[in-house]
Design a protein around this ligand. Structure first.
Ligand code: NDP
Length: 276
C-alpha cells in the first residue's frame, strides 16, 4: 500500500511553487502536481515588472523555472496530473486524477484561475489563433497595423488596450457601462491615448469572420446594433477560479454545518424539522 503524502500541492503557479519551497524547506517532501498549464499564468506573459527583487523586471517563464528549481533543491517532488474529484472527509485526503489516485495528510490548493469568456456566438470558433484571445502579451504582436478590440472595463482590459497600442492601428475598448472598474490612473491613460477609442454602454453579441475574425458586433442600450471592423477581439473580463474538482468539499462542509445547526435546533424545539 502506498504511503500518504505529507503535503500534496495542486498547481505550479507562483502560489503553488511558493508553498512547495516552504513545505520542502520544512522537511515535508511535498508532492506538487502540475495541471493543465504548468507554471500557471505567468508563463503566458513576457516581462514581469512588479515582482519584488528584480530592478529591471524578469521574464515570466524564467521566474517560474527558478521557483521550481528552488523547490526541487529542497526536495519537492513534481508530477503531472489533473485532479477530477476529491474526498476530504477523513483525516487522509483522497484525490482522484486522470493518471493516479493520491492520498495526503494535507492538501494545498493553488489551482489559480482561467480567463472568463463572453459566451457569444463566434467566440470559441475563432478562439486560439483565429482572432479571439484572452492574452494580449501572447498574441498582440500578431496584429500589427490592424484595428483590434478589447472587451472589459477592469484594469486588465485597460492594460491590454494600452499594450496593444504598440502594434495595432486602432484599439476599441468595449465596455458594458460608462464607468470603469479599473483604477483611475489606468482609465486616464486609456482616455488620453490617441489610438484608443472607447465604445461604452454596449454589449458584445457576436464575433463574425470568415477564416479569421473581421467584425465584433455590439448592441447599444438603445437597441441599435453596431459593427466594429476588427481583426482580433481580446477578451479581458476577469477570471474564474479553477475549483470545479473541489465543489463537493465546500458543499459537503455546508451540509455538515447545516446538520449541526439542525440537530441543535431540534434539541431546543423537538417538534420542528429541518429540511435538507
Ligand atoms: P475585473 O473583475 O476587475 O473586471 C472585469 C471587467 O469585465 C469589468 O469591467 C466587468 O464589467 C467586465 N465584465 C465581466 N463580465 C462581463 C461580460 N460577461 N460581458 C462584458 N463585460 C464583462 O477583472 P480584471 O481582470 O480586470 O482585474 C482583476 C484584478 O486584478 C483587479 O483587482 C485588478 O485591479 C487587478 N489588476 C491590476 C492590474 C494593475 O495593477 N496593473 C492589471 C490587471 C489586473 P463591470 O465593470 O460592468 O462589472
Amino acid at each position: 500500500m502506498t504511503m500518504a503524502e505529507n503535503v500534496l500541492i495542486l498547481g505550479t503557479g507562483c502560489a503553488g511553487l511558493t508553498a512547495a519551497i516552504y513545505a520542502a524547506r520544512a522537511g515535508l517532501t511535498p508532492l506538487v502536481l502540475e495541471g493543465g498549464q504548468p507554471g500557471g499564468q505567468l508563463t503566458t506573459t513576457s516581462e514581469v515588472e512588479n515582482f519584488p527583487g528584480f530592478v529591471h523586471g524578469v521574464d515570466g517563464n524564467e521566474l517560474i523555472t527558478n521557483m521550481k528549481g528552488q523547490a526541487e533543491r529542497f526536495g519537492a517532488k513534481f508530477a503531472w496530473d489533473r485532479i477530477d474529484s476529491v474526498d476530504f472527509s477523513g483525516p487522509i485526503k483522497k484525490l482522484k486524477g486522470g493518471e493516479a489516485t493520491y492520498e495526503a495528510k494535507a492538501v494545498i490548493i493553488a489551482t489559480g484561475a482561467s480567463p472568463r469568456h463572453l459566451g457569444i456566438p463566434g467566440e470559441m470558433h475563432y478562439y486560439g489563433g483565429n482572432g479571439v484571445t484572452t492574452c494580449a502579451t501572447c498574441d498582440g504582436a500578431f496584429y500589427r497595423n490592424v484595428p483590434v478590440a478589447v472587451v472589459g472595463g477592469g484594469d486588465s482590459a485597460c492594460e491590454e488596450a494600452l499594450f496593444l497600442t504598440r502594434f495595432a492601428s486602432k484599439v476599441y475598448l468595449v465596455h458594458r457601462r460608462d464607468s470603469f472598474r479599473a483604477s483611475d490612473i489606468m482609465v486616464q491613460r486609456v482616455k488620453n491615448h490617441e489610438k484608443i477609442e472607447l465604445v461604452l454602454n454596449v454589449s458584445p453579441t457576436e464575433i463574425l469572420g470568415d477564416e479569421k475574425v473581421h467584425t465584433l458586433r455590439v448592441i447599444e442600450k438603445s437597441g441599435a446594433v453596431r459593427d466594429l471592423a476588427v481583426k482580433c477581439v481580446f477578451v479581458a473580463i476577469g477570471h474564474v477560479p479553477n475549483s470545479q474538482a473541489f465543489h463537493a468539499g465546500p458543499r459537503g462542509r455546508r451540509r455538515w454545518l447545516f446538520r449541526r445547526r439542525c440537530q441543535h435546533r431540534q434539541h431546543q424545539y423537538p417538534w420542528r424539522f429541518c429540511r435538507r
